[in-house]
Write a protein that binds this ligand. Sequence first.
Ligand code: UN1
Length: 513
Amino acid sequence: MTDFGIQEALEKLGVKELNEGSSTGSQWFSNGDIIESYSPVDGKLIGKVKTTTNKDYETVMTAATSAFKTWRTMPAPQRGEIVRQFGEKLRELKEPLGKLVSYEMGKSYQEGLGEVQEMIDICDFAVGLSRQLHGLTMHSERPGHRMYEQYHPLGVVGIISAFNFPVAVWAWNTALAWICGDVCVWKPSEKTPLCGVACQNIIAEVLKENDLPEGISCLIQGDYKVGEMMTTDKRVPLVSATGSTRMGKIVAKTVGERLGKSLLELGGNNAIIVTPDADIKMTVIGAVFGAVGTAGQRCTSTRRLIIHDSIYDKVKNALVAAYGQLRIGNPLDENNHVGPLIDTDAVDMYKAALDKVIAEGGNIVVEGGVLSGEGYESGCYVKPAIAEAGNYYEIVQHETFAPVLYLLKYTGDVENAIELQNGVAQGLSSAIMTNNLREAERFLSHAGSDCGIANVNIGTSGAEIGGAFGGEKETGGGRESGSDAWKVYMRRQTNTINYTTDLPLAQGIKFDL
Ligand code: UN1
């Protein structure tokens, strides 16, 4: 059987020798317990890494804090040049890295490549931004005074990322943090540690070629206990964390207790509203990709479809027909649409969700189930399922990280659909399918969607890096990636300069000596 070029990809990324070893960066070594990374694609062991101990963490932090002293004094456009070189290396290694993402995480090879493309895009964005870290000037109330504000680097930025975007989310954070003058310490998901090693190898080479300290980019490995080393550490002024709402609440509390900053990208419960004026063909493509792409494991995956009763059966039938065409199997084989879930725990959660929706009164319209037999040996392949449900069901209110789509019906005005769409605890991504201008504008208005992302005539997933990415309510409120998301990686300083020989006080206060 072909290995789809996996061994070659691992070699190109310098990840292969890890079958024996324990590297978590080319400069330092971890000494903790071993994490074995098994592929959900075929259940095989890909490699091992050692987790970061408290002592290792101190080594990393010493490297990071000392690197910050060099890095922050380099002009931002020169830091941009380093990020440009990193983007170039990613272009060269796009295929092997996309392949590793696909093999270690389980998303389709196309989506693996797409993820590396997001990394390249954010590098390009950051390079341009490195000449645009603009502050403001304002007029002082005092004569002969100048007042302005500027942005300075923060320090060490801690990044905790999730398995579902094992490389891109790190790049969204680091590319911006680096041009802002920060250094980064990254804890990738313990489910995708080798993607972390591959990325570290790439940036370490760029830093070495430029005679810069590797501490500018550091890697630590392990589960939440290793993450806690950063969340409790005063030397880490900003912790950017992507993952479950449960995890985010713990991070926010721990970082908040020491008055640090946290940037949270947590769960979504994303819906598409389908109005009577929707283009059904576009709706089906958007909904199916949103629900089954990445096997339903994106924060932006479509979990709910809110369909007007006048077109409900038509949309439902079109969806059932489309689901009938889906090919489930090895994600490296480009003939397949849906790959495996990340692990068998995720499969158990998927099964529990289907049981729960039935128990709560739901009606299954596309049957789920776990696949077995040839090609499905890892036990992680499941059938995408569709259930008719009520928005108030406990399970519908909950984010299940799997390809389970709930169909909800609305009657009357689009307001009723918007109410259902907003009627969950999460607030990440949302969409409306309509050719009716009034409905679209109402959805986008202040009385419309309460999510961080609101789309018209596209699905909920597949956001571009140019916009700020993130959501409200239990999604955590953070914004990453494009627009002015860079500001969170810097500290703002207001400066007032007196160029006279008098010292007038603000607010006209007199203080004569
Ligand atoms: C995530 O699911 O954690 O819009 C991020 C998207 C991707 C990012 C998703 N560009 O689906």
